[in-house]
Design a protein around this ligand. Structure first.
Ligand code: MTE
Ligand code: MOS
Length: 753
C-alpha cells in the first residue's frame, strides 16, 4: 500500500483537475474586480465612482456602505475591515468591488475610479514601527531560568542584529472564489481556501446572517503554503456580498499582479540576540528580541509570533532563555502564515548567534551546535519536557551516513587549491513542534459512507493543496477496509458535510483528519465484522479482511467484501459513520507561557555544500544531504516530495527571493521578472534524503509524522554554507545576518574590507 501515488497526478498532468476558475459557471455569472488603495496610508477624502459606474456592463460598485453585517474580517483580533472605510492602511487594501458582465468591462471601470487620499506618515519597517510604538498587540515573552545571572557566568557573550525578509507564497492558483445564490437567501461559495470554516464564518459576519445559510466548498487548491489560511476569506466574502445583494452568481479571481499587491506574505523580522557560552561551548544563556513586521492588521501575526518563540532555540537545549516578540504595525499588506509559521524566523536567529559565536571564538559552528543538542527529558522554555528526542540521533546519523569529515576535508583541500572559487559547508539541525499552538484548534472530523455496492465515499476537514493529504486519507480508508484504492472517492471539503473545521495548516492535517477517519472506518468495519461473523457462524475476533475478501482465522471464506456490504445493507446495519478526533494530552497556559503544546516534534539534520564563484558572487549547491525523521512514513513518495518541496522553498527564502517595498509602501518586486523563486537548477542536483530509523510516534497518524513544514528549515543551512565560502575567500569579512543571501550581497561580502 506504501507505493500509492498521488491520486491527483493524472488529473494534474492532463489538465483535468478542477480549480476555482475551472468550474463551469452558471449562465449570467458576473465578474468581480477589486479596486484597491493606491496609497499606503491616508484619509479617504473622496471616492468618485460615477464615471466607472456609468460604463455599460457595470452592474454595481460596492463599498463598505453596502455591507449588511459587520465590515470586519479580522480573525484573531477584529482590526481589519473587508472594505476600507475612511482610512487606507496599505497599498492594495480593498476599497470597492466592481461587479460587471465581463472582466474587461470591470477593468475599464476600475481605471475610471477617482480617489482623493490625504496622506499620512508611512511606516514600512518593523523596528521603525516599534520606535513609534505601533504594535498590533502586547508583546509576548517566553523565559526559562535567569539570563541576567547566567550571562555573568559566561566565558563568552556575543550580540548582533539579524534580518530575514518576507516571502511571497506564489501559489500557482491565485486567490479566488465563486458564489452562487441558493434558495431562501442561502449562498454556496466555492473557495480556494485552506480554511473553509473560516470563510463560512467570515461571510456570515459580513452579511449578518447565520453560518447555516453559507455552504463553502473546496475542491482543491493550486497551492496555499499558508497564504490561503486567512487570506482567502476577503475574496470569498466579496463574491458572497455581491451574490447576496444582486442574487446573481459572481466570480472573482485575482490576477497575479493584483494578488501580489493585495495579499500579505511571510513576515519579515528584524531581531537582536545575545548569546552566552562557557569555555566548553555550552550555551547557557540566550536572549532574543524579535520585531515582526506584521503589516497593517493582525491577521495571523499573533499566532505566527508565538511560534517564533516556540522555536527560538531550535534543536538546542539552553538553560536560561528569554525571548520576546513584538508584532509591529506597518503600512504593508497584513503579513500572514507561510510554511513554518514564524518558526523559520526564530530558528535563523539562533543559528546566526551560533555562527557568530563560533567565528569569534575560533571554533567551527558544528562544534557549538553538537554540544548543545536537545537530550531526552530536557525542558524547553515553554515548559514541554522533551521525550522521544531525535536531535542527537539525527545529527549523528547524518555525520556518519554522509561522512561529514570527508566532505569537510574535501572542501578545505579545494579551498587551498582554488582562488576564484570557494566552497562552503554547513549543518542544519531542525526540531519542529507538531500541533496548532492554539490548543483548541487541534481537532477534526471525518464522514464515511460505504455505499451498498461496496464502494466508499470519504469526506474530511482536510483541504488538498498539493501536499497529497487526500491520497493519505484514501490510503487510510483502503487499508482499514482492505479494498482497492479505486473503490474510494475523496469528496470535496464542504462545510455542510464536515463542519467547524480548523484550517488545513500547522502540518497537522493528516494527523487530525486521518485519526478521525481511521476511527470512522474502524467503526463501520466492526459492524461489518459482526455481520460476517453471524453469517459465517464464527466468532467476530476470528474475522479479518484482506484484498476485498473475508478471512476466518487467516483462511479465505466464501464471503467477499461486496457481498458482505450488500448483506449488511439488508440487515439494516449503518454503513455510514462520522467520527471526531481531538489530540489528547496537549495543553498550554498563555498566562504562564508554559505547558505541553505539541503532540510531538519532528527532527532532522541537513548537510549543505556550496561553491561560490568569487568573481561573480553567484553560487551553486553541490549537494544537500538530509537525514529526516518521518517516523514510520505511510507514503514514502509523497513524504519525500514534501521534503524536497519544502527544502526548495526554504532555500529560496534564504538565498534569492527578495521582496522589496519602497518607502511609500509600493511593492517593487511585483512580478515574476523582479521576484525570483527557485527552479530545479537553483537547488542541488545531488539531493539525498535518508529516513531516520525510529519507532515513529503514537500521536502521528499510523506513526507517520507530519512532514509539510519542518523540512523548509533545512534551507537555513544554505545561508551559512554560502557564508562559510565567503569567509574562505575573504578572511576580513565580518559576518552579517541579513537574508536573503543574494548573489549581489555575496559579491559585496567577498570584497568587503
Ligand atoms: N505542499 C504543497 N504542494 N502545497 C502547499 O500549499 N502547504 C504547506 C505544506 N505543504 C503546501 C504543501 C503548508 S504551509 C502546510 S501547513 C502543510 O502542507 C499543510 O498540509 P498538511 O497539514 O497536510 O501537511
Ligand atoms: Mo501552513 S503555514 O501552517 O498553512
Amino acid at each position: 500500500m506504501n507505493s500509492i501515488k498521488n491520486i491527483d497526478s493524472f488529473g494534474h498532468v492532463r489538465g483535468e483537475s478542477l480549480f476555482v476558475d475551472d468550474i463551469i459557471v452558471q449562465q449570467n455569472t458576473l465578474c468581480g474586480l477589486v479596486y484597491d488603495s493606491p496609497k499606503a496610508h491616508g484619509i479617504i477624502k473622496n471616492l468618485d465612482l460615477s464615471k466607472a459606474a456609468a460604463i455599460e456592463g457595470v452592474i454595481k460598485i460596492f463599498t463598505y456602505k453596502d455591507i449588511p453585517g459587520e465590515n470586519q474580517i479580522g480573525g484573531i483580533i477584529p482590526d481589519e475591515p473587508l472594505l476600507a472605510e475612511n482610512e487606507a492602511h496599505f497599498v492594495g487594501q480593498p476599497i470597492a468591488l466592481i461587479v460587471a458582465t465581463s472582466d474587461s468591462i470591470a477593468k475599464k471601470a476600475r481605471a475610471l475610479i477617482e480617489i482623493k487620499i490625504e496622506e499620512l506618515p508611512i511606516i514600512t519597517g518593523a523596528k521603525e514601527a516599534a520606535s513609534k510604538k505601533q504594535f498590533i498587540n502586547t508583546p509576548r515573552t517566553f523565559s526559562l531560568g535567569n539570563t541576567d545571572n547566567a550571562f555573568i557566568e559566561c566565558d563568552y557573550v556575543f550580540e548582533d542584529e539579524v534580518f530575514t525578509n518576507g516571502q511571497e507564497h506564489l501559489y500557482l492558483e491565485t486567490q479566488g472564489a465563486y458564489a452562487v445564490p441558493m434558495e431562501n437567501g442561502s449562498i454556496k461559495v466555492t473557495s480556494s481556501t485552506q480554511g473553509p470554516t473560516q470563510v463560512q464564518k467570515g461571510i456570515a459576519k459580513i452579511l449578518g446572517i447565520g453560518m447555516h445559510r453559507i455552504e463553502v466548498d473546496v475542491i482543491r487548491l493550486g497551492g496555499g503554503f499558508g497564504g490561503k489560511e486567512d487570506q482567502a476569506t476577503p475574496w470569498a466574502a466579496l463574491t458572497a456580498l455581491a451574490t447576496y445583494l444582486l442574487k446573481k452568481p459572481v466570480k472573482l479571481i485575482l490576477n497575479r499582479h493584483d494578488d501580489l499587491r493585495m495579499t500579505g506574505k511571510r513576515h519579515p523580522y528584524e531581531s537582536n540576540f545575545k548569546i552566552g557560552l562557557t569555555k566548553e561551548l555550552k550555551i547557557i544563556a540566550f536572549e532574543a528580541d524579535f520585531y515582526q513586521n506584521s503589516g497593517a492588521a493582525a491577521d495571523l501575526s499573533p499566532a505566527v509570533a508565538e511560534r517564533t518563540l516556540f522555536h527560538a532555540t531550535n534543536s538546542y537545549f539552553v538553560k536560561n532563555v528569554k525571548t520576546t516578540v513584538y508584532s509591529c504595525k506597518t503600512n504593508l499588506p497584513p503579513n500572514t502564515a507561510f510554511r513554518g509559521f514564524g518558526g523559520p524566523q526564530g530558528m535563523f536567529v539562533i543559528e546566526a548567534a551560533i555562527a557568530k559565536a563560533a567565528s569569534e571564538i575560533g571554533v567551527t559552528t558544528t562544534q557549538i551546535q553538537e554540544t548543545n543538542l536537545i537530550q531526552e527529558n530536557d525542558e524547553l522554555a515553554y515548559g514541554q519536557l522533551m521525550t522521544q528526542t531525535e536531535a542527537i540521533n539525527s545529527w549523528q546519523s547524518a555525520f556518519k551516513k554522509f561522512n561529514y569529515k570527508k566532505l569537510a576535508t574535501e572542501i578545505e583541500v579545494f579551498n587551498t587549491k582554488n582562488k576564484n572559487f570557494k566552497k562552503g559547508i554547513s549543518v542544519m539541525p531542525i526540531c519542529f513542534g507538531i500541533s496548532f499552538t492554539n490548543t483548541p484548534m487541534n481537532h477534526a472530523r471525518a464522514l464515511v459512507h460505504v455505499y451498498q455496492d461496496g464502494t466508499v465515499g470519504v469526506s474530511t476537514g482536510a483541504v488538498e493543496m498539493g501536499q497529497s493529504v487526500n491520497t493519505k486519507m484514501l490510503q487510510i480508508a483502503a487499508q482499514t477496509f482492505a479494498i482497492q484504492p479505486d473503490k474510494i472517492k475523496l469528496e470535496t471539503t464542504n462545510t455542510t458535510r464536515v463542519a467547524n473545521t480548523s484550517p488545513t495548516a500547522a502540518s497537522s492535517t493528516a494527523d487530525l483528519n486521518g485519526k478521525a477517519l481511521l476511527k470512522a472506518c474502524s467503526a463501520i468495519l466492526e459492524r461489518l465484522k459482526t455481520v460476517a461473523a453471524q453469517e459465517l457462524k464464527v466468532r467476530q475476533e476470528e474475522v479479518s479482511l484482506q484484498n476485498e475478501w473475508i478471512y476466518v482465522n487467516s483462511k479465505k471464506s466464501s464471503l467477499s467484501w461486496k457481498e458482505l456490504v450488500a448483506n449488511a445493507m439488508l440487515a439494516r446495519v449503518a454503513l455510514s459513520e462520522k467520527s471526531h478526533y481531538a489530540t489528547p494530552k496537549i495543553h498550554f497556559d498563555k498566562t504562564k507561557e508554559k505547558g505541553h503544546p505539541f503532540a510531538y516534534h519532528v527532527y532532522g539534520t541537513a548537510i549543505i555544500t556550496t561553491t561560490v564563484d568569487c568573481t561573480r558572487g553567484t553560487y551553486i549547491f553541490d549537494s544537500i544531504k538530509i537525514i529526516h525523521d518521518y517516523g514510520k512514513s505511510m507514503n514514502k513518495g509523497i513524504d519525500l516530495g514534501q521534503v524536497e518541496g519544502a527544502l526548495a522553498q526554504g532555500i529560496g527564502w534564504m538565498t534569492m527571493e527578495e521582496i522589496a517595498y519602497d518607502k511609500k509602501g509600493n511593492l517593487l518586486s511585483n512580478a515574476l521578472s523582479t521576484y525570483k523563486i527557485p527552479d530545479i537548477f537553483s537547488i542541488a542536483e545531488n539531493i539525498e534524503v535518508i529516513p531516520l530509523e525510529t519507532e515513529g510516534n503514537e500521536m502521528a497518524i499510523l506513526k507517520s509524522k507530519a512532514v509539510g513544514e519542518p523540512p523548509l528549515m533545512y534551507g537555513i543551512g544554505a545561508y551559512f554554507a554560502i557564508q562559510n565560502a565567503i569567509k574562505a575567500y575573504n578572511p576580513s569579512y565580518k559576518l552579517k545576518f541579513h537574508a536573503p543571501m543574494t548573489p549581489e550581497k555575496v559579491l559585496m561580502s567577498l570584497y568587503q574590507k
